[in-house]
Structures are given as structure tokens and as C-alpha cells.
Design a binder for this molecule. Structure first.
Ligand code: NAP
Length: 286
């Protein structure tokens, strides 16, 4: 396929490299990064090549900024010395106005956020195709680039207004990062119950995967099982007592999540007395 457009990628980390490799069949790729982008260029494959930020800004039809969130404003400032036609950036919590002064200099700006976890570039190549991409743009040209990039990745776009981006991104953190935290907390407690780490992870995985599957295929009310759903205050008390002392962080997390589940248990039909008993325990009155 003839590559008719040039895509500049700033930031040769997990997301930048994965996007570069997946999009290289369709676009001429230029890569600029803070360190040496040679390894990234090799990973992306020909005809990708390294470029200075100035050359990349001059030659690219669209620039993708995939640097750590905190570096986005300074990269935007550097690009503004020679404003590209279109710049999209991959942080889900930042919007077009965070690319200032590019919008004021006439650059069409957008957020193009992969709603996917990319722990390293190779995983990204596996996981990004077919993902949803959160999109927030100023101007049709930037939005059209976001749609075209998502389509090239076999994915779909989800439009988010700029003032709602932090909420959208917090949702992503719940679904991804906090799920990792839950596995870590469950593994820690299971190890303390006597399992090896490998045993704990092997035992917990089918439980966690089935719970996730149920949570997405049933309503939250239907999918909820366990002592909160049943109103088994005695069991909850044993859990809290067992975590007293050495597991203060896990205990605090348990209390918060259990409080969050109480309304679901009420919608399942839990009696008011059982709700009150759980509430008292969770508020520390035990
Ligand atoms: N990873 C994910 O799961 C994920 C998912 C969705 C969205 N995102 C977003 O994608 C962006 C990149 O994340 P990442 O995980 O790919 O980060 P990363 O692996 O840490 O890579 C960031 C890259 O940017 C380079 N860089 C840092 N400061 C720079 C600067 N001033 N100019 C040019 N390059 C610079 C770094 O170079 P050095 O190595 O030299 O520091 C590194 O190559 C972030 O905004 C993040 O929010 C990430």
C-alpha cells in the first residue's frame, strides 16, 4: 500500500512505539524522543526513521504526542515554534487546551486516548487493535484524523467533551489500574492465609475473571454475590477483625468498597436491619 501521509510520533515509549508499529503499514512514520529513538525506530520497522522535533513538526501531516502527561505542555510549547497542521496527544485526562499555545497558533488539536492498558510496546501491539479511543477535538480536521487513526487500528472512537475528560479518565483508572490494585490486595491477603504467591494467583484468577465476566454480562445487582449481598454481618466482622493491625490499608479499602456495594445489596432486596448492621460494622462501630 502506498503511504501518502506522514505521521510524526513524539515520545518513543510504550504507547508511541506500539502505535508506530501498528500504523507503519499505512503511514510514513517519523519518531522524535528525548533519548535516542534508534531502538524505537527498529521496533516500529521500515520505513520509520528518527527525526528532530523541528523536522518532525515540518514534515508531518499529523503529530501524535505520546510523552508522560507532565511533559505534554512543554512538548506543545516546543512544537509551537513551527506549528504543525494537526497535533493529537494520548493522555486521557488532558484536552486540546492543554496543548496551548498550539490551538492559538492555528494547529488543529485533539486528545486521542487509547482506552487500553499498555505496559510495554509489545503488549500494546497485541492489545491496541480493536480498542476504543477516547476522542476530544477542536475542529473537524483533528477529529477526522482521530477517526482515521482509530479505523487504521481496527478500533472505535468515543467522543468526550473537554470538561468531562477528567471523569472519563478516572473511569479508565477504575477499570484498569484499580483492577490491578484489587489483584495485588487479594494476593497479599491470600499469601497471608498461607498460599505461595503462585498458588494465590492461580487460585484467584478464575474467580476474578468470572466476576468480571458476570459484571459485564449481567447487571451489577445480579452479578453481586458474597457477604455484603447476603447481609452476613458476622462474616464481615471476621474479615475486619482479621485485617486489624497488619493489614490496615487492605482493611480501609475493604470498608470503602463494601460501602460502595451496600446500595447494590439494597437493590437486591437486603432487609433494612441487615443493612444497618453492615453499615455500623463498616463505619467502625464493632
Ligand atoms: N501506558 C498506558 O497504558 C497508556 C494508556 C493510554 C494512554 N497513555 C498515555 O500515553 C502517554 C505515554 O505513555 P507511555 O506509557 O507510553 O509512557 P512511557 O512509556 O513512559 O514513554 C514516554 C516516552 O516519552 C519520552 N519523553 C519524555 N519526555 C519527553 C519530552 N519532553 N520530549 C520528547 N519525548 C519525551 C520518554 O523518553 P525517555 O525514555 O527518554 O524519558 C519516553 O520514550 C501518556 O500521556 C499516557 O497517559 C498511556
Amino acid at each position: 500500500m502506498a503511504r501518502t501521509a506522514t505521521l510524526g510520533i513524539v515520545g518513543a515509549g510504550s504507547v508511541g512505539q506500539a502505535l508506530g508499529r501498528l500504523l507503519a503499514p499505512k503511514f510514513m512514520i517519523l519518531v522524535a524522543s528525548r533519548g535516542r529513538p534508534d531502538e524505537a525506530v527498529e521496533f516500529i520497522g521500515p520505513p520509520a526513521r528518527a527525526a528532530t522535533l523541528e523536522e518532525l513538526a515540518n514534515r508531518s501531516d499529523c503529530v501524535v504526542v505520546a510523552v508522560p502527561d507532565r511533559a505534554v505542555p512543554s512538548v506543545a510549547g516546543q512544537l509551537a515554534k513551527r506549528p504543525p497542521r494537526v497535533v493529537v496527544q494520548t493522555c486521557g485526562a488532558l484536552g486540546p487546551s492543554d496543548l496551548s499555545p498550539l490551538p492559538e497558533r492555528g494547529t488543529a488539536c485533539a486528545t486521542f486516548h487509547p482506552l487500553q492498558t499498555v505496559p510495554d510496546a509489545r503488549s500494546g501491539v497485541q492489545l491496541l487493535p480493536g480498542s476504543t479511543f477516547g476522542v476530544c477535538g477542536r475542529g473537524e480536521e483533528a477529529l477526522s484524523w482521530c477517526r482515521s487513526l482509530a479505523q487504521s487500528l481496527g478500533g472505535t472512537t468515543l467522543s468526550v467533551s473537554e470538561d468531562r475528560l477528567p471523569l472519563y479518565h478516572a473511569a479508565a483508572v477504575f477499570a484498569s489500574n484499580f483492577a490491578v490494585g484489587l489483584v495485588a490486595a487479594a494476593t497479599c491477603l491470600m499469601e497471608s492465609a498461607g498460599a505461595s504467591r503462585a498458588e494465590a494467583r492461580r487460585a484467584l484468577r478464575p474467580l476474578m475473571e468470572a466476576s468480571m465476566e458476570n459484571a459485564f454480562t449481567m447487571s451489577s445487582v445480579q452479578a453481586l454475590t458474597g457477604p455484603i449481598a447476603r447481609g452476613d454481618a458476622g462474616t464481615v466482622r471476621r474479615h475486619l477483625d482479621a485485617m486489624d493491625g497488619s493489614f490496615g490499608t487492605e482493611q480501609a479499602l475493604y470498608r470503602q468498597l463494601a460501602r460502595y456495594l451496600l446500595p447494590l445489596a439494597i437493590r437486591r432486596g437486603l432487609e433494612p436491619e441487615a443493612v444497618a448492621a453492615l453499615q455500623a460494622l463498616l463505619d467502625g462501630e464493632h
